[in-house]
Ligand binder design. Sequence first.
Ligand code: SF4
Length: 315
Amino acid sequence: MARSRAAGLSEALGLLEKAHGRVALVLDGSPMDFVMGILLSRGAPQDRAAEAVRRLTTEFVDWNEVRISYRREVSEVLEATGYDDGPARAELLLGFLGRLYKDKNGVDLAFLTAMEPEAVYSYFRGFPRIGDAVAAALVARLTEDGRVLDAPELLRVAQRLGVGGGAKSSPAKVRKALEDGLKGTERIRAHYYLTLHSEGLCRARQPVCAECPVRPGCAHGRTVKVPEKPPREAPAKSKGKKPPKGPGPTGEEKPAKAAKPAKSAKPAKSAKPAKAAEPAKAAGSADKPGTPGSPRRADRRPARSATSPAKKRRK
Ligand code: SF4
């Protein structure tokens, strides 16, 4: 059982590493070399990060001299190593060193050996632009007795992956399974990637399993039903079938314009023309008295009145 758990975790770590990118683990130097190696390997090849750490530790006396140097000087070393974003990287390193010096009046991390792992984790995760994953990896680097950090976010991701029995297991069992199944640098990688993943897709509430690259190797992720997108594209094909029936499918706006004019034509013929014709006849009859219709009646009346007075005079 222990072998299968370890194999499953190794597979998940491989997927996490592939998704987030491998980081340089500088293990042959000081704890500060280790931290700088991770910061320099974000979005950059591991070899380049390791080479940058080597140059910084050889071209400067120590990390404190790096701290008091100009950003331009540090950037030049990084650019000579192949970094296109030398100034930004230099600012990140100097920010970390400056914050540490402000807190501890020095940049030697020897004081960490006297602290509990959870205390080290809490201290460094408060550093701006460093992140929980780097702090967790540093804890794993400092604790050589095989202990695993007792951090809820790290254990939560491991539990979802199925470590220690999965959802039915307690955090203590998950932690024990990690300590039994992880060896050497794999323990450091687990600290880094599990914590890094907890900050992104595998968050506490509503993990985004549908977009997670680790889902094929995740016990919880495999139980999540992910809606498939292809069926939504099918309606587009049915729209193509409608065109022969009428103007609807080819362009929804065009058919609507064609229908409106047809409706307006009917009322124009029936109502408006009829009303306009009646007044036109009445006007025409008034101007043209000789036309048949009502004007004739008007002509007859005056004619009768003209003859009647003449007859009266003759009489
Ligand atoms: S599939 Fe879901 S539960 Fe599993 S690691 Fe990814 S986000 Fe977390």
